[in-house]
Design a protein. Structure first.
Length: 414
């Protein structure tokens, strides 16, 4: 029995909760779904949402999704040609044009609840008032309806804040702040500094705490920490690494091996940091196949492993919560296994999963980000060649019938 399977068995017997900066492992997610009449949220894909984009616009790798106070759905995608696998179908954008189609859509798009495109903006500016990320990554609309964007390009060491109509408000950190001045094969080298108090290290995602007026930064692809800043000033207030300890960049965590003890430092990327209504922060340590849970002051509470034999890019990509007041369930986007896991939040037990690899509605190619609206509907984005936004309509609670539900095709079409 390997280390993760041993922990999974122990989690069935007892929920281990460790507090303080360097606690040990806690409850692990069982490999099998609940049985014995367990209930879970049920969904159906809406294959007609959103509506087609105008102007021959197409999406590149769609790298972030957020739902605002009006249930408008916001995405950010990579629209620059040939950047991290971005748009390749841009014949109309060539000079001279190669064809009638296609043109990269603006990087930030806003949809109303019916799937109509109602807003679009973003991208580099010649004015110099802000530095647009080299590689967009993550978007959130905060409690004041401001839009925050991160970036995970080699030089991205900052986050940006805009009004909902795209007016620039704030930049925290500076692009290229981690540059060493050295090059390898003609490419600049950037240094990790998970204890930097001024800039970041390739931010993956941003979330917010409305009551405290704070933003949580999953920092990220170069650094290995969670950072917390003031939502108005951008001032760094606190930060921490795995198990709530101080990040130690001198530690080589190596490649993830499910037979090894859990790493005491986060691996990169630290891919999400999402706050529940009861004040618990859920952090995706993506390539370690785990989610760690903290109090808002960085006190470690517990961790859980999901699909713990997943290698390569890992299983813990992004998190969203169910919309019941207690947020009884969380939804975990697993881009390596091309699924969304439905998890009972208290026990961190996987109840069931949906999706599979594929291009049809209800299937995924690298499901990357996930969000929920006030009605409990789920929205997902897909990166790499996935390049799309999907909606899964909440159908209420239903009996768990299997470990994997596959594509959640509308019942009227089954």
């Amino acid at each position: 029995m390997n280390w993760k399977n041993f922990l999974a068995v122990m989690a069935v017997l007892t929920l281990t909760v460790a507090c303080g900066g360097g606690g040990d492992t806690a409850a692990q997610a069982p490999a099998e779904p609940a049985s014995g009449g367990a209930q879970a949220p049920m969904f159906e894909v809406d294959p007609f949402w959103p509506k087609p984009l105008p102007n021959h616009w197409i999406l590149g790798p769609t790298i972030g999704v957020s739902v605002d106070s009006r249930d408008h759905v916001w995405i950010v995608h990579r629209n620059a040609p040939n950047l991290f696998g971005a748009n390749t179908e841009i014949g109309a954008a060539q000079d001279p044009p190669l064809s009638a189609c296609c043109v990269p859509a603006p990087p930030v798009l806003e949809f109303d609840p019916d799937g109509n495109l109602v807003g679009h903006w973003g991208g580099p500016t010649d004015s110099g008032e802000y530095e647009w990320p080299l590689s967009n990554h993550g978007i959130v609309v905060d409690h004041k309806d401001n839009v925050w964007i991160g970036g995970n390009g080699p030089s991205d060491a900052h986050v940006l804040k805009f009004s909902r109509d795209g007016k620039f408000l704030l930049q925290v950190g500076s692009s290229g702040a981690r540059a060493t001045g050295e090059e390898i094969d003609g490419r600049p080298v950037f240094e990790r500094d998970s204890n930097d108090t001024d800039s970041f290290g390739r931010v993956a995602k941003i979330s917010f705490d409305a009551a405290a007026n704070e933003m949580y930064i999953a920092d990220g692809y170069l650094n290995r920490r969670v950072a917390v800043i003031d939502a108005d000033t951008g001032k760094l207030k606190r930060y921490w690494g795995a198990y709530g300890g101080k990040p130690d960049d001198s530690v080589d965590t190596g490649r993830y091996n499910p037979d090894d003890p859990p790493a005491k430092q986060f691996r990169t990327p630290v891919h999400c940091a999402d706050l529940s209504n009861d004040g618990l922060l859920y952090v995706c340590d993506r390539t370690s196949d785990r989610v760690q849970v903290f109090k808002t002051d960085g006190t470690f509470v517990k961790e859980a492993f999901f699909a713990p034999n997943t290698l390569a890019q890992g299983s813990a990509w992004d998190i969203a919560f169910s919309k019941d007041p207690a947020q009884k369930y969380l939804y975990l986007a697993d881009g390596q296994n091309m699924q969304v896991h439905i998890v009972e939040r208290e026990s961190m037990e996987v109840l069931t999963s949906f999706g599979d690899g594929g291009r049809q509605p209800g299937l995924f190619f690298a499901v990357h980000s996930i969000a929920t609206d006030s009605k409990g509907n789920i929205y997902t984005t897909e990166t790499y060649e996935g390049k799309r936004l999907q909606k899964f309509v909440y159908q209420g609670l239903g009996p768990v019938k299997g470990k994997s539900q596959g594509a959640l095709w509308p019942s009227s079409s089954r």
